[in-house]
Write a protein that binds this ligand. Structure first.
Ligand code: 5GP
Ligand code: MG
Ligand code: MG
Length: 179
């Protein structure tokens, strides 16, 4: 295990099983609807890669990037679209794929913006959720795991751009970010 990780929350095996389950559910729910699956970079890239391989129906894959966190561990409340996705979502069924839902500010803002672009439907799929941290209410269609209110890294999630490559999800030692 990486020396900066206090404890492993989710093993590779647990993650793989859950991602398969969500992929199967989405395939069932969206059969015949060619959904656009949009990954919110960078945190969701690994979840996205595994998820779309678990989806067995035709779908469109796209990416966008928003900034809400700097290099710290708490939300600034400001959300900016840094890279927009390429496809038109007019009259399309959209699934937004996020790494972790925390205060809800990022996804709440995104939902508002994307609804204005005329999608037929928009659903949220988050790998992790910290429900007790919610500041803005957000409706989640697909959620992988509830996690405690600790700073979490791995499987795409970073601290200061590090640890994204860990194949498991773990709690970062507070000493790493100076607490
Ligand atoms: P929200 O807008 O819901 O407060 O923040 C969501 C974003 O904050 C996530 O997409 C993620 O980038 C970041 N975030 C929130 N909690 C954590 C965490 O425990 N670990 C990491 N690495 N990022 C987090
Ligand atoms: Mg994110
Ligand atoms: Mg980050």
């Amino acid at each position: 295990m990486n020396q900066d990780i206090e404890r492993v929350l989710l093993s590779e095996e647990e993650i793989a099983a859950k991602v398969k389950e969500i992929g199967a559910k989405i395939s069932e729910d969206y059969a015949g609807r060619d959904p656009i699956i949009i990954s919110v970079l960078k945190g969701s890239f690994m979840f996205m890669a595994d998820l779309v391989r678990a989806i067995t129906i035709p779908c469109t894959v796209d990416f966008m990037s928003v900034s809400s966190y700097g290099s710290g561990t708490s939300s600034s409340g400001e959300v900016k679209i840094v890279k927009d996705f390429d496809n038109s979502i007019e009259n399309r069924h959209v699934i937004i794929v996020e790494d972790i839902l925390d205060s809800g500010r990022t996804l709440s803002y995104l939902m508002k913006t994307l609804k204005a672009r005329g999608a037929a439907s928009i659903a949220l799929c988050t790998f992790l959720d910290k429900p007790e941290r919610r500041v803005v209410p957000v409706e989640v269609a697909y959620s992988g795991f509830r996690v405690p209110d600790s700073f979490i890294v791995g499987y795409g999630l970073d601290y200061d751009q590090q640890y994204r490559n860990l194949p498991y999800v773990g709690v970062l030692k507070p000493s790493v970010y100076g607490e």
